[in-house]
Design a protein around this ligand. Sequence first.
Ligand SMILES: Nc1ncnc2c1ncn2[C@@H]1O[C@H](COP(=O)(O)OP(=O)(O)OP(=O)(O)O)[C@@H](O)[C@H]1O
Length: 268
Amino acid sequence: MPSTLVADSVHAGYDSAPVLRDVSVDLTPGGVTVLVGPNGSGKSTLLRTLARLHDPTAGAVTVDGEDAGRLRGRELARRLAFLPQGSPIPAGLTVRELVGHGRYAHRGALGRVRAHDHDAVDWALEVTGTTAFAGRHVDGLSGGERQRAWIAMVLAQQTGVLLLDEPTTYLDLRYQVEVLALVRSLADEHGITVGLVLHDLNQAAAYADQVVVLSDGTVLASGTPDQVLTGATIETAFGLPVHVVAHPLTGRPTCLPYGSPAPAAMAS
Ligand SMILES: Nc1ncnc2c1ncn2[C@@H]1O[C@H](COP(=O)(O)OP(=O)(O)OP(=O)(O)O)[C@@H](O)[C@H]1O
């Protein structure tokens, strides 16, 4: 069943330093929401707060109307999967073993692996194109192969909500497109609610139902790619003049930067 993940007037930060201020985001059921914004604008902090790895100092995060803060580890992990940016490289684990870790929340008290756990792992390996190297050690893979193995692990978790922080990092163009197309099909065909951080505005335009632009810890704009990815919004967020045209084949907004960044943006 499609899940809803909502941040309602969330404030969050580190120690005494506030980062997110009054952020409200509604991850629409079975939709792809992409968070964009300049470096340091709070995208990862928001994704971590949505995943409840980071406590909001005010406001609430709810999954299907329930306070996510009340969901315990396994219960939350059955509802929501999160892949952070730059996950550590596990030593001595094969890809299949790594992906099998995605099943931990589904195992019973004795931790026995059952047939449907194997099926979920096989499916995750297949859709991420990692079956061919499932027996290899993760620490011996290329950056792109490893990234796909991590994505397979969170897919094996088979949750209604999937949060991925810059999942296309390290991937070549073909695999960037494959991962984003996979994410799109997870939403379209399996009703999974997806939240992504991406830096590439054109990829956000191509794959998102909803784009949220963060700037200095607040939501500058949110809505469909057409509504949000305008020259004015992008220039405000990034301090860079951008000409936006319709993609000649898809009609989606396509951002063409020109000129030089504003001095303030270069300094930050
Ligand atoms: N663990 C931390 N402790 C203290 N401050 C942090 C921590 N993580 C992030 N910050 C600070 O919080 C702010 C927002 O960081 P965050 O990583 O959420 O931004 P981002 O938009 O994801 O950035 P990027 O595009 O560079 O990945 C930054 O000023 C950053 O320095």
